[in-house]
Design a protein around this ligand. Sequence first.
Ligand code: PLP
Length: 406
Amino acid sequence: MTDSPNYRADFPVLAQTMNGKPLAFLDTAASAQKPQSVIDAMDAVLETGYSNIHRGLYRISQDLTAGFEAVRAKIARFIGAKSEKEIVFTRNATESINLVAQTWGRTHLKQGDEIILTAMEHHANIVPWQLLQKDIGFTIRIIPVLENGHLDYDTYENLLNEKTKLVACVHISNAIGTVNFVNEIIEKARKFNPEIKVLIDGTQAVVHGAINVAEMDCDFYTFTGHKLYGPTGIGVLYGKTESLETMPPYQGGGDMIERVSFDGTTFKEPPYRFEAGTPAIVEVIGLGAAVDYLMDIGMENIQAYERALADYAAQALEEVKGIKLYNGSNTQSIFPFTLEGAHPSDIGMILDQCGVAVRAGHHCCMPLMQRFGIEGTVRASLGLYSNRQDIDQLVKGLRKVKDMLD
Ligand SMILES: Cc1ncc(COP(=O)(O)O)c(C=O)c1O
C-alpha cells in the first residue's frame, strides 16, 4: 500500500507549521481535526439558511428542519440502527452516558442491584454511575484489566449474577487502545439473563471502523461528534427502541413536550423526549457532513489504512531506546508510552518544540493508570490524516528528548 492516500490535504489546519516544523498532529483520540467539507457545511448554514428548527412555518426553517432530521437518519445508517428514532442528539458522549444513568438508571436500578464496569473506562463511564450510586445504593463491580491490556473475560463471567442489571463497557480504550470483544461481552450477558442491559461507549471505535449496533445487539451505544471529524457540542446516544420507550425525559423544556398545562405535561416519543430546548443545529449539520466525508471514503478503507500505519508506528516506536509501550495485541491507532528517565509532561513539551502534538497525562482513565502503577503516559494517537512523516517526526522528537534529558 502507498504511504498515504493524502486525506491530510482535506484538513486545512494541517497545512500549518508548529514551532517552525510541519504540524504532526498525533492527538486525534482527544479531538479530531475537521475536513474542509465540515467547515463549509456549517458556514453554509450560517451564511444562507440559518433559523431555529421544528417550529418555523417559513421556508428556511423548514429546509433546515429537514436537513437536521436527515442527519439523524444518516447516523442511523452509519451505525446500523434499525430506525432514526433510535438516535438521540446530546452534547457529547459524556452527556449520552449521563442521560442513560439519570433516566434508565434512575428508573430501573434499586438498592441491592449490581452494575458491571471495567477497569479501563473513561471517567465519563464511571462518574455518572457513581453519582447515581450515591442516591440509590447499588453495587458497582469491575472487570479487571490483565497485564497485556485485555479485559479479564473469565472474571467477567463470574461477576454476572442474578443481581446484575447493566454492563457498561468501552469499545476501544482511549488510554491503551485495546479493542474489547464487545460481541462476546454482550453475548455472555444475554446468555446469563436477557434482561441485563448493555451500554457500549463507542467514542473511539466509531472513528476507526464500521459499526453495526443492530448486529452487535447492544442496548445503548454512545459517541461524540468532535472525535468523528465533526464539531464540538454534539454527541449521539443510540438506544434500542424498547429501551428508550421505558425511559422518562432527561431534561424538561421546549421541543420535548406534547402538551403542557399546570395540571400536568405529556411528553413526545423518543428520541424527541430526550432533546429539551433548542438543539445544536449547526453542529448537527456539521456532524452530518463529517459522516458523509467518512462514508465517501469508506470505513473499511479507513480501517485498512490506519492499521497499516499503526504497524509502521509500532515498529518505529519499539526501536526508540528506553521506551515502554502500554498497548498490547489487538489495539487500534493509540500508542501510549513512557520513556525511561523522562516525565510525560516534559516529553510532551519537548515534542511540541519538534512540531509534534501529543497528549500527556492520565487520559481521564485514573483507575487504569493506578492498575499499571503509573501516573500517566504520553499518548500518540492516529487519525485518517496521519501519515508516516508524522510518525518519523515523533520518533525524531523522542530521540531529542533522550538527548536532552539523559
Ligand atoms: C472512550 C471515551 N469515552 C468518553 C469520552 C468523553 O467524550 P466527550 O468528552 O466528548 O464527552 C472520551 C473522550 O476522550 C473517550 O475517549
